[in-house]
Write a protein that binds this ligand. Sequence first.
Ligand code: ADP
Ligand code: MG
Length: 669
Amino acid sequence: MDLRESITTIKGIGEKTASCFSKLGIHTVGELVNTFPRDYIFYGEPVDIKDTKIGVRNVVEGMVYSYVDVKRVRSLKIVTMTVKDGSGTLKITWFNQPYLKNMFHKGETYVFVGEVKIKNNMRVMEHPEYYRPAEYENMRQELQPVYPLTKGLSNKTFQKAVKSARTAYLSLKDYMPEDIRRENNLMELTESYENIHFPMNEELLKNAIRRTAFDEFYKFLYELKVLKQDNVRLINNHKIVQGKAVAEFVNNLPYRLTKGQQQAIEDILSDMGGDNVMNRLVQGDVGSGKTVVAEAALFACAKEGFQGALMVPTEVLAKQHYDEISVIFESYGLRTACLIGSTPLKEKRKIYEELKNKDIDILIGTHALIEDKVEFKNLGLVITDEQHRFGVNQRNRLATKGDYPHVLVMSATPIPRTLAIIMYSDLDISVIKELPKGRKPIKNCVVGTNYRNTAYKFIAGQVAEKSQVYVICPMVDVSDTMDLTNVTEYTDTLKESLPPEIVVETLHGKMKADEKNEIMLRFLDGKIDVLVSTTVIEVGINNPNATVMMVENSERFGLAQLHQLRGRVGRGSKQSYCIFINGKEDDEEVTKRLKVLEDSNDGFFIAGEDLRLRGPGDFFGIRQSGDVQFNIADIYNHADMLRLAQEILDKHSEEVVPDVIEKIKQINI
Ligand code: ADP
Ligand code: MG
């Protein structure tokens, strides 16, 4: 079997199953074996129903003790039954699987595996896995991989497919020489694939993940090195010398710049006026005021007579930036335009024309900026904001719209400096450390679920004072309809707990882009009081009137991500609050980790603590969104592998070429 072949060459995968796989972006054998489990489940000893822990996965063995009931609620068909063991009773529920009614009969015993919740004072397990006791006995004590799934594709089918595809990777020869592997405790390559998909035990799984993270970093750094060799130091074709004009621009701002902002602007001016093309990263915590730094750079560029472009990841953010920038720039006689996917075609054409004729100085927009039709007359500077949302290639594509324009990227991801130097080794870095003066520090609390009602009262009080509120519910897997039910269900409960005049709306990843935009804009307009959202919440959005951020199941997020979410509030003059609900209060380590957020509002400190507390190799937490999207590697959790990859690359880049990785990852048939 070849890694490049279509997955339909695997026995048992027909057109129908293949089309389910293709929804997950899996078309080839190579893509299949490179789709790693998103979690592993350990099937342990069943516990007494009375001892089940709330909010986490439990295994119970019980007898069906009621008749199995099916009822309809709105569009849902709900199957319920009650099971009991010697210690207590447990309600079991499934949504939209009415056929399950005939699976179970009163008096029979099953093992159920799933999360236990309390509803109406009863212990409830929703959508559990179920097994006959003998069947369960067979899988006990094994680590079971859980793959990302989609409708019509079961975990069992996925597992079987990977098993059949094993031969495709087992014959590969490791690109990493044995002596280097031994010296650095790196598992052999094919062995790592084996143990990621079929882990024999936790120790081997850990080592396999470690090796895979290493490979991802090594390949990334290797490519970066090649890239850098290709474009050593480019000659500056766009000398921009506008120190005086920028000083005036800064003087006219309604506030004084912080030291970090000033330094960043100085760095930028010195780059753009120098002999080589600028290639700079501005890194600053959320709310540190990166936008104005971008504005100053664009201003200098336009004053010099060149065009500039600012690319952001979402339409809402593009509009928000445009509204601010266009007003300021037009007062200086500079012309701006906004180009996004939903711009009407007629207007788009006009913008294309004006860009070519240089009737537009500054263009702001989304990915729409890198479409082929967009042509500039003399592009001198490109900026990408919230750059972690873009790949290196998208960044570069914007730059190819000009003749080696200056490049500036902005990031709010607080990576410790040592890591940043590796991750962004092709960029110079300016760091904005401090927040603008006069901000009231956000008041934080980490509390248990029993605090929820108090929190709702607090939220009602803030809305009564004309403030707005974000509530975040985690959605682990976008393809999981179960979690979707949770968000809508959650919103219903929330509405019931708040006074009826409060407007509550939901935002989630399943919505169409324009639906999401519409809700975001209404929220910015103050027409929505409480926005319940999954983490699709737009990055970079500035709503200074939002004063409360409540995060459900905080324990499921990394600290750095929680800090990013928190950055949505505390942007105005009003006092802001962050309520982190801890669903695992009994877990001392989790609580200790979350408490870091209570003690500090400093993103860099938090990222460091996250790294220290979770340590490398914590693979059961939700993976943090790093700056570059790796499959398994995580710049915080696997910081040691990142350093090791850099070290080996520095010593052996000539002989250790990650071409096998290239081969394994062969995609696109
Ligand atoms: P981020 O770094 O997260 O992109 P923004 O650029 O959106 O932050 O800035 C957040 C808010 O702070 C904006 O409302 C902006 O006008 C304001 N701001 C920026 N710099 C300063 C400053 N030096 N003093 C006071 N307010 C500032
Ligand atoms: Mg920003």
